[in-house]
Design a protein around this ligand. Structure first.
Ligand code: LLP
Length: 419
């Protein structure tokens, strides 16, 4: 249990001041529960670590796009990083300012670019020469000027899971750093595009500052080289934030990362950071209830009411999330080794493997550290309803996304066979 806001009190697990049993009783399970104080505190840690240094914290919406979380972050001054027009819609619906938004992603459609420009997007992070041509033609047709950063690929290994490594030369992301200078010359020759920044994101769940700093050094060299040929960029966007401690990892502190960035990037450049996981990851958990304890000769299975459609990380990335019982185990009995599995018809539907748990049918469990890339990656697989989300704020809580209904599950479909 890593979050300081998650603790046992009177033998029951609480998030902030709320007994999680109360939420499960009222809202049902499975459901996600988030601590507002936790994610706001993480955001403030990033913000204050920069001290007087010019910077922007653009929260990565992909980590958790719940409107109430976006709104809370907008209220404390966050900017945002989006990767689709849907995310931009959510940011504006939550009261965020499009002028404070950077738009990344390798496959922006003409429609998305058009809508982003019409909304007054802060910056488009370009990922290819082909995208440059598309952006220029859309901007010209709208008669709109737009800030751009080229996302460069520095070919640096972030030493993380291969699915979330993005800065190696065989990755689809970014423009090879050696080709970037020529692209900047084309951008600065354009009437519609303003080369305002350089962006770089080498991966997620990074637990050392070294690869990030190595990548940023390449970016600084590029920025200084561009200055020599008369192209003055103002922003250096270093991509996502730190990894978190899921299973004993020891990521650096936010201050260590920010100090390293401030030392590496000359003061003339404003630093932009796009953290997601380290803001909302530790702030969220998923509540699930035990349906059965199934024992076979070889294994003990704790079958719960949440599945890989609710939390995909274990199935997709071998993600490890601690599982806590709602009732504190003070019995002195340790429980048996078991796999915590969901009801979905796939063996990959295993939320936690080989854990020692003392549980019985009907018990409530909390799968922790899943505020990032949890609910957002949920699906309707096996026609299961998207689960509810709850925001805890000190001694009160609210349902910030209600559980999906069966009506909404089928409402977008058309039965063409009914005459
Ligand atoms: N900026 C860009 C351009 C990104 O691609 C990402 C994450 C971020 C920022 C935020 O990075 P963070 O601070 O969260 O590390 N679903 C995966 C993670 C995918 C991350 C994709 N990009 C997981 O559950 O581990």
């Amino acid at each position: 249990m890593k979050s300081e806001f998650l603790k046992y009190y009177n033998k029951r697990l609480h998030l902030e001041d709320i007994d999680l049993g109360e939420i499960a009783g009222e809202v049902g399970t499975p459901c996600y529960v988030y601590s507002r104080r936790s994610f706001e505190q993480a955001w403030h840690q990033y913000n204050s670590a920069f001290k007087e240094r010019a910077h922007r914290i653009c929260y990565a919406v992909k980590a958790n796009d719940n409107l109430s979380i976006l709104k809370a972050l907008a209220l404390i001054g966050s900017d945002f990083d989006v990767v689709s027009i849907g995310e931009l819609h959510k940011v504006t619906a939550a009261g965020g300012n499009p002028a404070g938004v950077v738009f990344s992603g390798v496959g922006k459609t003409r429609g998305e670019i058009t809508d982003a420009l019409k909304a007054g997007i802060g910056c488009i992070n370009l990922e290819s020469c082909e995208e440059f041509e598309r952006l220029e033609s859309v901007a010209a047709s709208l008669g709109a000027c737009v800030n751009v950063a080229v996302r460069v690929n520095p070919n640096v290994d972030p030493k993380t899971h291969p699915y979330i490594s993005t800065g190696l030369k065989d990755s689809k992301f970014g423009v090879p750093i050696d080709d970037a200078r020529e692209l900047y010359q084309r951008i600065s020759a354009s009437k519609w595009l303003n080369p305002s920044g350089i962006a770089c994101h080498i991966g997620s769940q990074i637990t050392s500052v070294d690869p990030i700093i190595e990548a940023v050094r390449h970016v600084v060299d590029l920025a200084l080289g561009l200055k020599v040929i008369g192209i003055k960029i103002t922003n250096i966007d270093v991509g996502g934030g730190l990894g978190i401690d899921y299973a004993g990892e020891t990521p650096p502190t936010i201050k260590e990362l920010v100090d390293g960035l401030c030392q590496t990037v000359p003061e003339e450049f404003k630093l932009v950071l796009e953290p997601g996981r380290s803001i909302v990851g530790p702030a969220g958990l998923m509540l699930t209830r035990v349906e059965f304890i199934k024992k076979t000769k070889d294994k003990n299975f704790v079958i719960v009411d949440a599945g890989m459609n609710d939390l995909l990380r274990p199935a997709l990335y071998d993600g490890w999330h601690d599982v806590l019982t709602h009732c504190e185990n003070l019995s002195g009995v340790e429980g048996e080794i078991c796999d915590v599995v969901g009801p979905i018809c796939e063996t990959g539907d295993t939320l936690a493997k080989n854990r020692r748990l003392l549980v019985s049918e009907g018990d409530l469990l909390a799968v922790v550290d899943c505020g990032a890339y949890g609910a957002v990656m949920g699906s309707n697989y096996n026609a299961r309803l998207r689960c509810a989300e709850v925001l805890v704020d000190e001694s009160s809580y609210s349902v910030v996304r209600r559980r999906q209904t069966f009506d909404s599950l089928i409402s977008d479909e058309k039965d063409v066979l009914i005459t």
